[in-house]
Design a protein around this ligand. Structure first.
Ligand code: ADP
Ligand code: MG
Length: 587
C-alpha cells in the first residue's frame, strides 16, 4: 500500500499524488490528514514554510467536497495574490482526476467581474485574499453561507499584513457549524487570539519547534564596515556561482538601489517591492521562477508571496527591524527537503542582534569571513572548468571546425587550455587582484589568530560528499592533528579550503604529496591567499566598488559572465552587447 493510502486518501488523489511524484507524506501531512479526514474538527497546525502544508489541508478538503453539488463548500484565505494563485494551482493538480470539482482564485489587482463569472459557473472551493474576498461579499458576488470548511493559510502572515478585521468580517458570513483549519509557520499572540475567538476546541499539531526555522537551513553572519555592505554582497554572490537567491533589504529605496547596482554590475538581478505595479511584480516573479533572475532583491512585505523551491541562499543585506521577521526570510530557502543557507551581513554594532535572532530561531549562527578575491578567483576558475566538463557539444559548430583547427593548429592541448582560460578568466582575475579584505577588523582580538596560520586549497568538495564537518574530520584523521589546529574549513562544490597552524605546513604538504581517496589523487596546495589580515594582504585597491571596476569592462557574476563576448570583440560590439543585456535584465 502506498504511504498516502495509509492516511486514508481515495484513489483519485492517490493517482494525482503519483503523478506529482510525491513519494511519502511530510510530517505535517502525516499528522493532519488522518485527523481532518476522520473527524469534523477545528485544527491549529504549526509547521515551517516548505513543509507541505498546502497538501496537508488540500488533500482532506478535496476528499470532503461533494463535487456533484455546485455550492461553495470550502474557503481558503491566504495572505497574498501569489500564494492564492499557487494554492489554486496546487489544488487543481490534486483534484485533476475528480471531474466537476472547480477551484477558483479570488484576489486583488485583476478583474472582479471575471472572477465573479467564474464563481457563478460553480466553484466548490474558493481560494481568496482577504481584501478582495471582503469586496466580493460586499457586492454579493459570492455566497459563503453554506461552507463546511474554512482554511486560514499562513495565518501569521495574514495578521502581519493587517487582515485581522477582514478575516473577522469574512468569517461572520460563514455558518457556525463549519470546521476551521488554521495553518501557520509561527504562533504569535495574534494567531492564538484568532484561534480562541473563532475556533472550537481545536486539535493542535506542531511540527518541529514553534517559531524555529527550517532545520535544513544553516545560518551564517559576516561582519563588515557599513560602507562595504554592497561590496560584500557581491563577493558572496561571486563565491557562489550557482547562487539562486533572495536578498532582503529594509526599505523599498534600498531594495531598488541594490537591485539597480547589481544590474549595472552585470548580475541577473531584479527588485521586488510595493512601488512596482502588480504587473511588474508578476513579471519579476515569472523571471525569477524561470531562473532568468538569480538575485531577487526584495522587501519583507513584497517577498511574503515568494514560494519558490530551490532558493540556495537568502541574504540579509540588512537585518530586519523586527527580529521575528528573520524566520520568514530564512524560510524562503531550505524548502521541500533541500538545504539552504541564510547569510546576514552585519556591521560591528549589529553583531549583538545576532544573539537575539539565535534565541528566536533556537539555532546558532556560524561567523564566517567574506571571501577574498583570491578565493573567489579559485572558485570561479573551477566552476568554469566544471561547466566546460558538463556542457553538451553544440554540433552547429562542426562546419567551422576545420578552419578553426587551422587557426589553432600550432598549439598543444595544454597550451589551448591555458589560452582558453586566460581569455575567459583574466578579466575576473584583474578585477579581483587588487581587492582588499572586507572583513571588519575585530578589535577584541577575535577567534582567529591568522598570523601563524596557513590556508590551503584541496580538490575535494561537496560533490565528494563532504560538508565542513566531515571534511574537518577527514583532515583530522589524515593529518593526525587535533581539531584546534584546523580552522576555516570552507567546502565548495568541487573543492575546499582550510587553515592549519603554520607549524603543520610541512606535515600537510608531505601527507598530501601522494594521497589517494578511493583511487583518486587528493591534491592540496597552499592557497595564495594564505593570511587573513596578517599584513600580506593588499589593502590598497578598492576591489569592491562599482564605477571604478566598470572602467575595465569587467562584468562580474551572472550566468552570462563567461559567454558574453564583451571583452573579446571590438569596443562597439561590447557596448551594444551590454546595452542589450541591460535592457533585457530590466524587463
Ligand atoms: P508550505 O505551505 O508548508 O510552505 P508547500 O505546501 O508550499 O509548503 O510545499 C512546498 C513544496 O513541497 C511544494 O513544491 C510541494 O509541491 C512540495 N511537496 C509537498 N508535499 C510533498 C511530499 N509529500 N513529497 C514531495 N514534495 C512535496
Ligand atoms: Mg503554504
Amino acid at each position: 500500500m502506498n504511504k498516502f493510502e495509509v492516511l486514508g486518501l481515495g484513489d483519485a488523489i492517490i493517482k494525482a499524488v503519483n503523478d506529482m511524484g510525491f513519494e511519502s507524506p511530510s510530517e505535517v501531512q502525516e499528522k493532519a490528514i488522518p485527523i481532518l479526514l476522520n473527524e469534523d474538527t477545528d485544527i491549529v497546525a504549526l509547521a515551517q514554510t516548505g513543509t507541505g502544508k498546502t497538501a496537508a489541508f488540500g488533500f482532506p478538503l478535496i476528499e470532503k467536497i461533494d463535487s456533484s453539488s455546485r455550492i461553495t463548500q470550502g474557503l481558503i484565505l491566504s495572505p497574498t495574490r501569489e500564494l492564492c494563485l499557487q494554492i489554486t494551482n496546487e489544488l487543481k493538480n490534486y483534484s485533476k482526476f475528480i471531474p466537476g470539482l472547480h477551484t477558483v482564485a479570488i484576489y486583488g489587482g485583476a478583474s472582479i467581474t471575471d472572477q465573479a463569472k467564474q464563481i457563478k459557473r460553480g466553484a466548490q472551493i474558493i481560494v481568496a485574499t482577504p481584501g478582495r474576498m471582503q469586496d466580493m461579499i460586499n457586492r454579493k458576488l459570492v455566497d459563503i453561507s453554506n461552507i463546511g470548511y474554512c482554511v486560514l493559510d499562513e495565518a501569521d502572515e495574514m495578521l502581519n499584513m493587517g487582515f485581522y478585521e477582514d478575516i473577522n468580517s469574512i468569517l461572520s458570513h460563514t455558518p457556525d457549524e463549519k470546521s476551521t483549519w488554521l495553518f501557520s509557520a509561527t504562533m504569535p499572540k495574534e494567531v492564538s487570539t484568532i484561534a480562541k475567538r473563532f475556533m472550537h476546541n481545536p486539535v493542535e499539531i506542531t511540527v518541529g519547534h514553534k517559531n524555529t526555522g527550517s532545520k535544513n537551513v544553516s545560518h551564517e553572519y559576516y561582519v563588515v564596515n557599513s560602507r562595504d555592505r554592497y561590496a560584500a554582497l557581491k563577493r558572496l554572490a561571486d563565491a557562489n556561482p550557482d547562487i539562486f537567491s533572495v536578498i532582503f533589504c529594509r526599505t523599498k529605496r534600498d531594495t531598488q538601489k541594490v537591485a539597480e547596482n547589481l544590474i549595472e554590475d552585470g548580475y541577473n538581478a531584479a527588485a521586488l517591492h510595493g512601488d512596482l505595479s502588480q504587473n511588474q511584480r508578476d513579471l519579476v516573479m515569472k523571471s525569477f521562477r524561470n531562473r532568468q533572475i538569480q538575485m531577487l532583491v526584495a522587501t519583507d512585505v513584497a517577498a511574503r508571496g515568494i514560494d519558490v523551491d530551490d532558493v540556495t541562499h537568502v541574504i540579509n543585506y540588512q537585518l530586519p527591524d523586527e527580529i521575528e521577521t528573520y524566520t520568514h526570510r530564512s524560510g524562503r530557502t531550505g524548502r521541500a527537503g533541500k538545504s539552504g543557507v541564510s547569510m546576514v551581513i552585519v556591521s560591528k554594532s549589529e553583531v549583538r542582534k545576532i544573539k537575539s535572532v539565535e534565541r528566536i530561531i533556537k539555532k546558532s549562527f556560524e561567523k564566517k569571513e567574506i571571501p577574498s578575491g583570491e578565493e573567489i578567483c579559485q572558485v570561479q576558475l573551477f566552476h568554469l572548468a566544471n561547466d566546460i566538463r558538463k556542457s553538451e557539444i553544440n554540433h552547429e559548430i562542426d562546419s567551422y571546425l576545420p578552419s578553426i583547427n587551422e587557426v589553432l593548429e600550432e598549439f598543444s592541448k595544454e597550451e589551448l587550455i591555458k589560452k582558453f582560460f586566460s581569455v575567459e578568466f583574466s578579466r575576473f582575475h584583474n578585477y579581483y587582484k587588487k581587492s582588499r579584505d572586507l572583513n571588519a577588523v575585530n578589535e577584541g582580538g577575535g577567534n582567529y589568530d591568522n598570523n601563524g596560520s596557513t590556508r590551503y586549497f584541496i580538490n575535494v568538495g561537496e560533490k565528494d560528499g563532504f560538508d565542513w564537518m566531515t571534511l574537518k574530520d577527514f583532515l583530522k584523521d589524515a593529518l593526525g592533528i587535533g581539531s584546534d589546529s584546523l580552522s576555516r574549513v570552507d567546502v565548495k562544490e568541487s573543492f575546499s579550503f582550510f587553515n592549519t597552524n603554520t607549524e603543520h605546513q610541512e606535515l600537510v604538504l608531505g601527507i598530501f604529496e601522494d594521497f589517494k581517496m578511493e583511487g583518486r589523487k587528493v591534491n592540496v596546495e597552499i592557497s595564495k591567499d594564505s593570511g587573513r589580515r596578517g599584513g600580506r594582504r593588499r589593502r590598497d585597491g578598492d576591489g569592491g566598488f562599482k564605477g571604478k571596476r566598470r572602467s575595465d569592462g569587467f562584468k562580474p557574476r551572472g550566468k552570462k559572465r563567461f559567454d558574453n563576448k564583451d571583452d573579446r570583440g571590438d569596443g562597439g560590439n561590447r557596448r551594444r552587447d551590454r546595452d542589450r543585456r541591460k535592457r533585457s535584465d530590466r524587463r
